[in-house]
Write a protein that binds this ligand. Sequence first.
Ligand code: ATP
Ligand code: MG
Length: 245
Amino acid sequence: MLERDPYLKIRTAAKFDGSIWRQYESPSYLFVITSLGRQLLREHRTFGDFTRYNNDYINGRDNPTAFRSYLAEGRSGQVFTLGNDLVVKEAKPFGDSLFGALNRMDQLIDALQKNCPSWIDVPAHYGLAISKTDTSKQFMLMQKIDHGVTVGDIMSTRESYSTRTNLGSLSALALDKFGPITPELQEEVKERYESLKYLAKRAVLKEGLNPDVYLPDIDYPYNVVIEKLATPIAGSRIKYSIIDQ
Ligand SMILES: Nc1ncnc2c1ncn2[C@@H]1O[C@H](COP(=O)(O)OP(=O)(O)OP(=O)(O)O)[C@@H](O)[C@H]1O
Ligand SMILES: [Mg+2]
């Protein structure tokens, strides 16, 4: 997709950790590709079928297609699956800029990897496409974490948490994997979530960063995607991936 565009301009940016990001500009889009995104491109040449994804996007928001299938949403974005391994977060109009988010998440990954047990993770963030004609049209490409079940989804059968709107395919498919949502499971998920909040904030502080900037939304339990593991990691049978900070 990128290679075929004759008007392409390319810029390079060195990041704090020595990795290299690239910025490509075509007549219609600005692409920011992270170091991990460049690696993915080298291996697969394209981001899944982003071109076809984009065609499906242009042709209508509400029809799920083979290349763009609704997964879930929050207040500022809608998340669609792109193939088996990727998700695309589409910014909602007037939502926060995804460019700032991409940079924050990059710093956050670094701080967590250095200072947290490995059951705490952040999905790989591959890049961003921003429409040049309408900058509210922004797409962020990320690694897909299982089916997108969050701490909030497991806890929501308790009265204290309200279920999110537009669950889409999430509830049926995804919750199944956890088996029956017993009070014991809810307790386990909640306890580890409390530890995660403490450990993640401490990790950010250790790197000289401000948790209010790098973990502003960690207290919202729909911003932590969880996966049930067959083999425990660092003593946990559930892996927690922080998103959307
Ligand atoms: N990388 C991912 N892998 C799997 N599911 C994801 C991923 N990113 C997001 N999701 C799903 O999409 C939902 C919404 O994502 P996200 O929190 O990024 O949107 P948002 O609109 O910014 O939310 P908020 O209301 O917190 O602002 C998540 O709760 C989760 O279920
Ligand atoms: Mg969110």
